[in-house]
Design a protein around this ligand. Structure first.
Ligand SMILES: Cc1cc2nc3c(=O)[nH]c(=O)nc-3n(C[C@H](O)[C@H](O)[C@H](O)COP(=O)(O)OP(=O)(O)OC[C@H]3O[C@@H](n4cnc5c(N)ncnc54)[C@H](O)[C@@H]3O)c2cc1C
Length: 305
């Protein structure tokens, strides 16, 4: 086992991660490590036994922490990894920085093109792993490079090719921890960029259940090929499939789909992580039974049932 006293960062046993996730339910992590800086994290990764489970989480805006909790250690990049620096039209952001803070810093510096991040809860690390996107722009459109630490402590940069970003997918090795990113925008008037931020905020408020306990889009939108083989019209969105299979009226325990946006699952108050997952699985089953269509979870389900 690792010697916790030899690191500058903090360790928490039985950390109640589920309650801190956006869904506000689910279990605890056996151990949570919040490194003090990159070196602390690199040494930890080098020394952490490779056979032990290890996971990094950001703002937990895109995951269900299962009720049985998470075995092994979870790395959480907090404040020391939240710095944001501007150089010309480039933004250097730590992986622990909130997407919203990156968008705000870009606007303040007169950099346009990163506004979409303001509508995406969570951190830069999560946005890299998910190739997060909104309103027609995704991380892949603005990313220059990502900085990461490998499972054994080696630090390096990954360009766009190595990141292999596609719709809600990142092809970089699964066991790396992103520690930062360089984004490129374009010079624009701060007032113009701020006007777009305002627009995004009001669109989000009217179309997404952002004050609910939710996790963003539950399912990825089906590809054109999947829709064609299911005999569904081109451009059909996941929320429309949820509607077609009776998702509006379905409730499992405390979990249901939001009336405001049918692809957003919500914890109505006392949902367990199992309720949420069972609801998603039931919708997947119905979509398959009715249309032979495989709906794919966008939300990550993490830990033991
Ligand atoms: C109200 C609401 C609206 C949303 N709207 C959108 C939207 O418009 N577009 C969109 O794309 N998403 C949206 N989401 C989903 C979510 O905000 C994004 O997926 C976001 O990028 C998740 O970031 P996070 O830090 O919370 O990641 P987490 O949920 O903590 O983790 C997600 C994944 O990223 C990995 N990860 C996290 N940090 C790191 C790191 N440093 N290094 C390596 N891997 C890491 C985790 O292991 C996990 O696999 C929404 C969510 C909510 C709650």
């Amino acid at each position: 086992m690792i010697d916790q006293d030899s690191y500058c960062g903090t360790f928490t046993k039985n950390a109640p991660l589920g309650q801190k996730s956006w869904f506000k339910c689910g279990g605890t992590a056996d151990l949570l490590f919040a490194p003090e800086d990159i070196d602390d994290l690199a040494v930890f990764l080098k020394e952490y036994p490779s056979e032990e489970p290890l996971l990094v989480l950001g703002g937990m805006a895109n995951c269900i922490i299962r009720d049985g909790g998470i075995r092994g250690c979870v790395i959480s990049l907090g404040k020391p990894f939240a710095e944001i620096e501007v150089q010309g039209t480039r933004i250097m952001a730590g992986a622990g920085a909130l997407n919203g803070s990156v968008a705000a810093a870009a606007a303040k510096a007169g950099i346009g093109g990163l506004e979409f991040l303001s509508g995406i809860p969570g951190t830069v690390g999560g946005a890299l792993r998910m190739n997060a996107g909104a309103y027609g722009t995704e991380v892949k459109d603005v990313l220059v490079a990502a900085m990461a630490i490998g499972r054994h402590g080696s630090i390096g940069a990954l360009g766009l090719e190595e990141m292999n970003l596609r719709y809600r997918y990142c092809g970089a090795p699964k066991d790396i921890t992103f520690v930062g990113a360089v984004f490129e925008g374009k010079a624009e008037e701060t007032l113009t960029v701020r006007a777009r931020l305002k627009e995004i905020k009001s669109t989000r408020q009217s179309t997404q259940p952002i004050s609910e306990k939710t996790g963003g889009s539950t399912f990825a939108n089906p590809s054109a090929k999947e829709l064609e083989s299911a005999g569904l019209p081109e451009g059909t969105k996941a929320w429309q499939i949820v509607e077609k299979v009776g998702g509006r009226d379905l409730q499992i325990g405390g979990a249901r789909m939001s009336d405001k946006h049918l692809n957003f699952m919500i914890n109505t108050g006392d949902a367990t992580a199992a309720d949420l997952e069972n609801l998603g699985d039931e919708l997947i089953k119905r979509a398959y039974d009715q249309f032979s269509l495989n709906l794919h979870w966008e939300i990550r389900r993490i830990g033991d049932c």
